[in-house]
Design a protein around this ligand. Structure first.
Ligand SMILES: CN1c2c(nc(N)[nH]c2=O)NC[C@@H]1CNc1ccc(C(=O)N[C@@H](CCC(=O)N[C@@H](CCC(=O)N[C@@H](CCC(=O)O)C(=O)O)C(=O)O)C(=O)O)cc1
Ligand SMILES: N[C@@H](CCS)C(=O)O
Ligand SMILES: [Zn+2]
Length: 760
């Protein structure tokens, strides 16, 4: 046994799981049809891995929505309000992930958060004082049986570990994570017993939470859990798997505990290699060396990898593995037929990464030096297109380019006067539903079935309709709807020089939703306007304010596959200059409010706090300022962020120096508001008043209550009212009803505010 992977993409080579699940949700397919698609996809993944020659194949990494939710469901971490719905287990599972609404019932979805520093989102499990943790589910065991039946003789069972499960969950009652440790240990012991019965040889417990800073209390909890759990393992070997970062504070603990294997990410950081070299690695444990990058799509440079492995000087057994689950990269680079060969030959998606592991293994064992030479030759020819103009523009930047004048409080006064908006102005985050006809229109353009003029005319009709809708219900700051965008990052990538695109490079973002990240291949520049035509078209249709809508440089970078020959700071600055030009162009075309979305700002924050500023925020925040520092005082700059923990970087967010920021806050119970108050946050804020990822429509009363809650804490003069993210994933009915309720609720709160003011 010499190769393994942590996990594999599960959406299907052609997103079969997305379509099957969405059909099931719309009652256009039966449960049996959905299960059949899932079965076929699992079989295909196993076949691919087996054929490639992977020795230890993960089972349990498949999911209908999210594997953290799968673990919570398996262990009965299901709040009573979902159980009370009396649904089938599959529908109950989906209710946790997406919320549930019927004639008589209405339950919100559990919160969704970014999975560490990726664009994948997990569902946050919820414990309360009534949570009775025990092994009640069977998914993992069913999949082990299924895999064995399919001919996978030696499956590696995979599940989120107990420590990470506790660290990522929310606790609604008085009980704290440590209060659930012993019942969780019992449940995992039962899991081990079942796997023993199934004659499973390896269990991979994913504990990526160890990549965060660990306090003494954290480590004590971790140790307590595993000291109790590991004696129950009997014949099952336990692999403690980490990824995305280093285990500097837990390494000593890990090597002392009786794990049979330890999995470390040797790509994201050099720290883990350093730990092994300096402290040694126990000969009685297997090192699962994460050497093939699960987060980026470039080919592995074998010489460097072999050197890294040799330098570890590990005397015991080494299994070559991926640095994290391969779910963060697309399935198959060989499906990409339109890329220039100069680019294509450097790509490795999940299938190619399986081959890389097997080839590396052969080289490491001294069998295949020819492959090594071919790989070396490939790397000697790599050449990223350079742009000297961009380089010299960056060289000439000074502090003034990063500073917007006058200061924000003065701008706030000027803008209030110029715009004369009512209290609690309403707006949306940008996108309106990307309905089937919108996608089909784009698909027809791609296939050459319609002309560009026909494509544009269709989108213009959509823009006209959505402007009319917003005017009719009384939204204060309008958007054009983003109909022309396949995605908020891919679209910008397509319009900028320096990017290349895949036809089928889909990666799961959450549930059934996927993205096709563009690839940064050369220096980035803007050679033509991007959004000016559509925004100006919308602006001319109404007397109300229309907000221009851009994606910020950090988000464009984070949600693309980045080149690795220049630093992230260099790439982001190049993109920032390109978006700056677009901002100034919009302003020159009479667009008075411009939103520059940065939902990924928090995502790429280093996992270790000591690296936050020096290694990231010190250049990421200025990059945003560079984008908007050139506009007039009366041009209002908005930004938007969603689905991350913002509490700990609130100051950095204020330092972006935007005029207004909209946040996702509704799914996380608006706790962000208290943090904003505590931080004396200066930017005007639009805390999302409802969750757009759920099909559930919030009532006017519910929204009134939320708005009142917000303005009880924040000064109404600084508050905007908006949904928590764009509406592109909703149906038109869901979006229209919810936004109408939001505007109606705002009007009611507004009039009661005026009443109160009058009576004072
Ligand atoms: C806001 N978020 C985003 C994130 N990351 C991004 N890169 N973009 C985001 O907007 N991260 C955080 C959050 C939440 N994440 C997401 C991610 C993805 C979606 C989403 O709605 N994805 C769509 C796919 C979008 C897209 O690229 N569409 C293309 C292709 C459409 C297509 O499938 N076309 C078919 C034909 C159409 C038909 O006949 O019906 C085809 O080509 O075969 C496009 O519009 O052109 C998804 O469905 O997964 C939301 C939030
Ligand atoms: N403007 C984008 C932001 C999503 S994070 C949208 O509305 O979809
Ligand atoms: Zn968002």
């Amino acid at each position: 046994m010499t190769t393994s992977i942590i996990g594999f993409p599960r959406i299907g080579e052609h997103r079969e799981l997305k379509f099957a699940t969405e059909h099931y949700w719309k009652k256009r397919a039966t449960k049996e049809e959905l299960l059949k698609t899932a079965q076929q996809l699992k079989a295909q993944r196993w076949d691919k891995q087996q054929k490639a020659g992977i020795d230890l194949i993960p089972v349990g990494d498949f999911s209908f929505f999210d594997t953290t939710l799968d673990a919570a469901y398996l262990f009965n971490v299901i709040p009573a309000r979902y159980k009370q719905l009396g649904l089938s287990s599959l529908d109950e599972y989906f209710a946790l992930a997406r919320g549930y609404q019927s004639e008589t019932e209405s339950v919100k979805a559990l919160p969704m958060k970014k999975w560490f520093n990726t664009n994948y989102h997990y569902i946050v499990p919820e414990f309360d004082d009534e949570t009775d943790v025990k092994l009640t589910g069977s998914k993992l065991f069913d999949e082990i049986n299924e895999a064995k039946k399919h001919g996978i003789q030696n499956p590696k069972a995979v599940i989120v570990g107990p420590y990470t499960l506790l660290k990522l969950s929310i606790f609604k009652g008085d009980k704290q994570p440590q209060d659930f440790a012993s019942s969780l240990v019992n449940a995992y012991q039962d899991l081990l017993a079942k796997l023993n019965e199934q004659d499973v040889k390896w269990l991979q417990l994913d504990e990526p939470a160890l990549s965060f800073d660990q306090s003494e209390t954290d480590l004590a909890l971790f140790t307590k859990i595993y000291e109790s759990l590991l004696p129950a393992k009997k014949a099952v070997k336990v692999l403690l798997q980490t990824y995305f970062g280093d285990v500097r504070d837990s390494y000593q603990t890990l090597i002392k505990l009786p794990f049979d294997g330890i999995g470390l990410d040797l790509v994201a950081t050099t720290e883990n290699s350093k730990l092994i070299k300096e402290n040694g690695f126990p000969t009685d444990k297997v090192l699962f060396a994460g050497v093939v990058n699960g987060k980026n799509i470039w080919r592995n440079h074998y010489v460097t990898t072999i050197e890294t492995l040799k330098a570890l000087n590990v005397k015991g057994e080494i299994v070559l593995s991926s640095s994290c689950s391969l779910q963060h990269v697309p399935y198959d680079a060989s499906l990409e037929t339109k890329l220039p060969k100069t680019v294509q030959q450097h790509l490795a998606f999940a299938y190619q990464k399986l081959d890389e592991l097997v080839e590396l293994d052969a080289i490491f064992q001294g069998h295949d030096q020819k492959v090594l030479a071919i790989n070396n030759e490939l790397f000697s020819t790599i050449k990223h297109p350079e742009n000297s103009q961009v380089k010299s523009r960056i060289a000439q930047l000074t502090a003034a380019d990063y500073t917007r004048l006058p200061e924000r409080s003065k701008r706030e006064q000027i803008q209030k006067q110029v715009f004369n908006l009512p209290e609690l102005p309403t707006t949306t985050i940008g996108s309106f539903p990307q309905t089937k006809d919108v996608r089909q229109n784009r698909s027809k353009l791609r296939k050459g079935e319609i002309t560009q003029a026909e494509y544009d005319a269709f989108n213009q009709a959509k823009i006209k309709r959505i402007i009319e809708f917003q005017e009719k219900i009384g939204v204060d700051v309008l958007v054009h709807g983003e109909y022309e965008r396949n995605d908020m990052v891919e679209y910008f990538g397509e319009k900028l020089d320096g990017f290349v695109f895949t036809q089928n490079g889909w990666v799961q973002s959450y549930g059934t939703r996927g993205v096709k990240p563009p690839i940064i291949w050369g220096d980035v520049s803007r050679n033509e306007p991007i959004t000016v035509d559509t925004t100006v078209f919308a602006n001319k249709l109404t007397d109300r304010l229309v907000k221009g809508m851009l994606t910020g440089p950090v988000t464009i970078f984070n949600w693309s596959f980045p080149r690795e020959d220049i630093t992230p700071e260099q790439s982001v600055t190049q993109i920032a200059l390109a978006i700056r030009d677009e901002v100034l162009d919009l302003e020159a075309h009479d667009i008075k409010i411009i939103q520059i979305d940065e939902p990924a700002l928090r995502e790429n924050l280093p996992l270790r706090k000591s690296d936050w500023y020096r290694a990231y925020l010190d250049w990421a925040v200025p990059a945003f300022r560079l984008v908007h520092s050139g506009v007039k005082p009366e041009t209002q700059i908005h930004t938007h962020m969603c689905y991350s923990e913002f509490g700990d970087i609130i100051q950095a967010i204020d330092n972006l120096d935007a005029d207004v920021i909209s946040f996702e806050a509704s799914r996380s119970d608006l706790s962000l508001i208290d943090q904003l108050v505590a931080a004396n946050f200066q930017t005007e804020v639009g805390p999302g008043v409802y969750d757009i990822h759920s099909p559930r429509i919030p009532s006017v009363e519910e929204l009134e209550e939320i708005i009142n809650h917000i303005i009880a804490k924040l000064p109404a003069a600084k508050v905007w009212i908006n949904p928590d993210c764009g509406l592109k994933t909703r149906s038109e009915k869901e979006a229209f009803d919810a936004v109408s309720n939001m505007v109606e609720a705002t009007k009611k709160v507004r009039s009661s505010l005026y009443e109160t003011n009058r009576s004072l």
